[in-house]
Write a protein that binds this ligand. Structure first.
Ligand code: KIV
Ligand code: ZN
Length: 515
């Protein structure tokens, strides 16, 4: 930990609280990709999951603990020994591990959720923190619903948690009820009244139900908190958590009002936002601060004129400071393998020989069909290629008949476990026909819960990025696909989601495909 008293630690919980958003599920490979970007960005603590929640969560925390070296990897655990043991089992391979354990302390939660008396809750805090501390040097404790907890009881619990070995005390505004002045006063109250508070770092974890999560977090920093828990794009339960990018850019842009530093390399923000949005299928609203498509766009003539005279007239931070490089024209169809490889390196991708070869073929294909190939096109097609490796179902070709005269028909070629299949199907429109063709080859009961199309760049020849969400037995998976042809991108996205569903099913009962 830093000797600098004004250093704020950034604790990212995109893969734990963020994943608790309905539909925002991520598989192991996707979590590893997010973890790599968070580590590269300089996140201090990555909360990788809740190991007891499922085998998938456990595996993801263990895999992240085994690969991340710079950031601390945290796993969440309730107050029981079983939870804490499971968290430690997943975390113990990490270079820096943290057990994050929590228990509700508000009258409402203790009475109705826990059905425990305050004395029993207090004892459980002492027992669980001491137990976790026996396993791991770095223990964080959170009083769930902390902002609605009686002050005397909160002080007592915090003091006991620190005595039992907690190094970080995290105060959650679990239901997003607090307002900045009140939340800052709560932190100040703990700073003043808990006698051993100097032995721990005070953290905050704010939810956004009233749209105040970032404001509450920053107010708490002003009152002495030195860790902020947040998520990329503000993902999280209900209305989400404090958005990492907003907290960090507020600190960077207003040091005159908030003289605190953090270790985030902000130039990675746009990439992280894009990755999380693509993987979860949660789009970023265009007017979202820092990472929305319009955050640095100037539409009105008066603003454009001002910008031309001096960028500071309407821009309080540069697009480059968040890694938004105005789409650069990169390559064309005459670009060779070496140039392509160099471009991938510049964009932060390191592919093995086979993946590189596949990505290069896709690039040539796109360059043949699209006049200008931008950085974002390359990112989309490489992500598509990375995502597609080791899949049982592989898209080969698609021919679609559409238009107003009908009937709409799809003729699809699909490789299933290495064998080529061909199928035709009709539908209510070309997308429906395409999805019906896939369903004919791979029958399933999953329900289509989301179908979403975005243009990767501008212009009518832009690549389409499609996200598909399938839900089966209450579990959801997201698939992505990109192509200059929206229907091909749709087929790729659906097949990607189906591949994930098959992997999920295989974990419980391996079965042959019915194609
Ligand atoms: O919102 C909350 O209270 C939480 C705790 C587990 C920290 O997510
Ligand atoms: Zn939370």
């Amino acid at each position: 930990m830093s000797a600098n008293k004004n250093r704020v630690y950034i604790f990212d919980t995109t893969m734990r609280d963020g994943e608790q958003s309905p539909g925002a599920s991520m598989n192991l490979e996707e979590k590893l990709r997010i973890a790599a970007v968070l580590e590269e960005m300089g996140v201090d603590i990555i909360e990788a999951g809740f190991p007891i929640a499922s085998q998938g969560d456990f595996d993801a925390v263990k895999a992240i603990a085994g690969t991340v070296t710079e950031s601390t990897v945290a796993g969440l655990a309730r107050a029981g020994r079983k939870d804490i043991d499971r968290a430690w089992e997943a975390l113990k391979g990490a270079r820096r591990a943290r057990i994050h354990t929590f228990l509700s302390t508000s009258p409402l939660h203790m009475k109705y959720k826990l059905q425990m008396e305050p004395e029993a809750v207090h004892q459980a805090i002492i027992d669980s923190v001491a137990y976790a501390r026996n396993l791991c040097d770095d223990v964080e404790w959170s009083p769930e619903d902390g902002s609605r907890t009686e002050h005397d009881f909160l002080c007592r619990c915090v003091e006991s948690a620190i005595k039992s070995g907690a190094r970080t005390i995290n105060i959650p505004d679990t239901v997003g009820y607090a307002v900045p002045e009140e939340f800052a006063a709560l932190i100040q109250m703990l700073m003043n009244r808990v006698p051993n508070i100097d032995k721990a770092i005070v953290s905050v974890h704010c939810h956004n139900d009233l749209g105040l999560a970032v404001a509450n977090s920053l107010a708490a920093v002003g009152a002495g908190a030195r860790q902020v828990e947040c998520t990329i794009n503000g993902l999280g339960e209900r209305a989400g958590n404090a958005a990492l990018e907003e907290v960090v850019m507020a600190l960077r842009t207003r040091p005159d009002k908030m003289p605190y530093t953090c270790g985030i390399r902000t130039e990675h923000i746009t990439k992280a936002s894009h990755l999380v949005s693509t993987i979860t299928g949660f789009p970023v609203q265009p007017n979202k601060a820092i990472v929305g498509a319009n955050a640095f766009a100037h539409e009105s003539g008066i603003h454009q004129d001002g910008m031309l005279k001096h960028a500071g007239t309407y821009e309080i931070m540069t697009p480059e400071s968040v890694g938004l490089n105005r789409s650069t024209l990169v390559m064309g169809k005459h670009s060779g393998r070496h140039a392509f490889k160099a471009k991938l390196k510049e964009l932060g991708f390191q592919l093995g020989d086979n993946a590189l070869e596949d990505a290069f073929k896709r690039f040539k294909d796109v360059a043949d069909r699209k006049k200008n190939v931008y950085d974002d096109d390359i990112v989309a097609l490489v992500e598509d290629e990375v995502v597609r490796s080791h899949e049982r179902l592989r898209f080969v070709a698609l021919q679609v008949v559409c238009g107003s005269r009908g009937p709409q028909m799809a003729d699809l070629e699909l490789e299933v476990d290495g064998t080529l299949h061909n199928v035709q199907a009709r539908g209510d429109g070309p997308v429906d026909a395409t999805f019906n063709a896939i369903k004919k080859l791979v029958p399933h009961q999953a329900v289509l819960a989301l179908y979403q199309v975005h243009a990767v760049t501008e212009g009518t020849d832009a690549q389409a990025m499609v996200t598909v969400r399938l839900v089966e037995n209450g579990k959801s998976v997201n698939g992505q696909g990109s192509d200059t042809d929206t229907l091909v991108a749709s087929a790729r996205a659906y097949i990607h989601a189906l591949n994930k569903l098959l992997t999920k099913r295989e974990r419980t009962a391996p079965a042959a495909l019915s194609a």
